[in-house]
Write a protein that binds this ligand. Structure first.
Ligand code: ADP
Length: 492
């Protein structure tokens, strides 16, 4: 009980990365913004509970440099067949939320990145980290009601918890949630590292045999609740097209699978305050966007009239994102009036293809092969359309950012894209973007052609932009959905 007479609900949020300490991808955004939104929930939204949420991340080499203001809070060991491995835990705060950094030999081999690309190495690190987090809570006698893990890296904590709950009074009443941010990444290659940490693969026949020693499936088998990062992705993963071979197993767990869409930090992504923009604007002064477009035309040396639509791609250059589909579609509609900027890095073949397209259409296409957040902001704030032809998209943030900046998404109707974009149609007035069905160049080309024709109608386009900008993509609603899941457990 707290001073206010409320009960405390303790949530241990465990992730491979968390902004502002370390961010490599979308998971880092979520691990920053979701705990913050939960922490900021108004009392009263949670019945008689107050949330005590704490974040645990590995003390990656890059994080260590930022832990100067952190204090050591625990020292203990994690047993391993090669000998006990010492763990040191440091604590700091972000947005009044305690954050714990876990260090130890498997976490800091020299300047190891967050994801090394070698799952054997990453398995060592993340299994050690997952077990250390569970042991740490006991060391500081802080008994979590909920363990909230994310993706394969921390799925082993969920699996281990399910074993501990059987005879360990400390964890007897702890419930687990495993959020899937990207199902295909199951931790393949890390299997050999389980045994050293005393973790036996499952023998459960519910999982296909090939998945019984993979961290993500092991976590999905034992989690009390599985959350996909959008409602549509939660249904898609039950199908052969998106289930990565786990669809039949996930079907057996269907009653515990739900979808909660991610949000964006609307104060960080705000065209009214974004200092990266040549001109800041609001829905009331939307015409100012044209100055940003003009600046982009100058920066990228387009000699065309500003009336020509500017199409953008801001993405990892990865087959998942359908970059090849975008390139193919632009080629198909090259005789229409448009210019395009492709911003991204990733697979070298796709980088090369983007460069080739720009060489082929020197008046129309520019390829910026780099990771540049400020440039991405300038593009969101000046381009007319953003292509997202993803083959699969668990949630996607770029389309939400684009809409907030009045840059209209042209996206495949899948996962979080389908859940966050309302397809434009001349017959109704709800559209916020353009959706197409199949991940093929001709479908995207069709959608782009439609968008280009709507763009001609300045009034219709402006209404579309205003509707897109007025969508609520804040974390408020998703945080409430997570909080309700937590409460369901403790109230059941
Ligand atoms: P992902 O699957 O890569 O996490 P999301 O759409 O969820 O895709 O998030 C991508 C984020 O990364 C967006 O904020 C987008 O603006 C940003 N981003 C992608 N590529 C680049 C780049 N080359 N430069 C700057 N930002 C980028």
């Amino acid at each position: 009980m707290t001073k206010t007479g409320k009960k405390t609900l303790r949530i241990l949020f465990i992730s491979a990365e968390a902004d502002p300490f370390i961010k490599v991808g979308g998971l880092g955004d979520v691990a920053y913004a979701l705990p913050k939104a939960l922490h900021e929930m108004i009392p009263g939204e949670l019945d008689s509970y107050e949330l005590d949420i704490r974040i645990a991340i590995p003390c990656h080499a890059m994080v260590c440099q930022k832990t100067l203001n952190s204090i050591p809070v625990a020292n203990f060991v994690i047993p391993h067949t090669s000998g006990d491995i010492p763990v040191k835990v440091f604590q700091t705060q972000t947005n009044d939320i305690p954050v714990y950094f876990f260090s130890g030999a498997p976490v800091i081999p020299s300047d190891s990145p967050v994801y090394s690309g070698d799952n054997k190495v990453d398995g060592q690190k993340y299994f050690f980290f997952s077990l250390a987090v569970l042991e740490f809570a006991r060391q500081i006698n802080w008994q979590p009601d909920i363990l909230h893990a994310n993706d394969w890296h921390t799925a082993v904590a969920v699996y281990k918890l399910s074993e501990m709950r059987q005879d360990d009074p400390f964890y007897k009443n702890c419930h687990s949630i495993l959020t899937i941010h990207n199902l295909p990444y199951m931790g393949t290659g890390s299997e050999s590292e389980l045994e050293g940490f005393g973790i036996s693969p499952t023998e459960s026949e519910a999982l296909p045999e090939w998945a019984r020693n993979l961290p993500l499936p092991m976590g999905l088998l034992t989690a009390d609740q599985i959350v996909a990062v959008s409602p549509t992705y939660a249904t898609e993963i039950l199908t052969p097209e998106f289930g990565c071979g786990l669809q039949s197993f996930l079907k057996t767990r269907e009653s515990t699978v739900s979808g909660i869409i991610n949000g964006i930090d609307q104060s960080l992504w705000n065209p009214e305050t974004d200092e990266a923009l040549p001109t800041r604007y609001t829905t009331n002064f939307l015409d100012l966007r044209r100055i940003n477009k003009e600046a982009l035309f100058k920066e990228f040396e387009f000699n065309n009239s500003l009336d020509i639509p500017l199409i953008a791609l801001i993405s990892r250059l990865d087959p998942q994102k359908g970059v090849d589909i975008a390139i193919e579609a632009l080629r198909q509609i090259s005789d229409l009036p448009w210019v395009a900027i492709l911003l991204g890095t990733g697979y070298s073949k796709l980088e090369e293809d983007a460069r080739k397209l720009s060489a082929e259409f020197p008046n129309q296409v520019r390829a910026a092969i780099k990771f540049d957040v400020k440039l991405s902001r300038r593009i969101y704030g000046g381009a007319d359309m953003l292509m997202m032809p993803s083959r699969y998209e668990p949630c996607g943030l770029a389309q939400m950012i684009a809409m907030r900046y009045g840059c209209i998404p042209i996206a495949r109707a899948t996962g979080g894209l389908k859940d966050s974009i309302v397809n434009y149609s001349e017959d109704d007035s709800n559209g916020t973007g353009f959706l197409f069905k199949n991940p093929i160049g001709s479908d995207l080309a069709g959608s782009l052609t439609h968008a280009l024709s709507v763009y001609e109608d300045k009034t219709a386009w402006k209404s579309l932009q205003l509707r897109a900008m007025q969508q609520d993509f804040s974390w408020k609603k998703p945080a409430l959905s997570y909080a309700n899941l937590y409460l369901n457990f403790v109230n059941s």
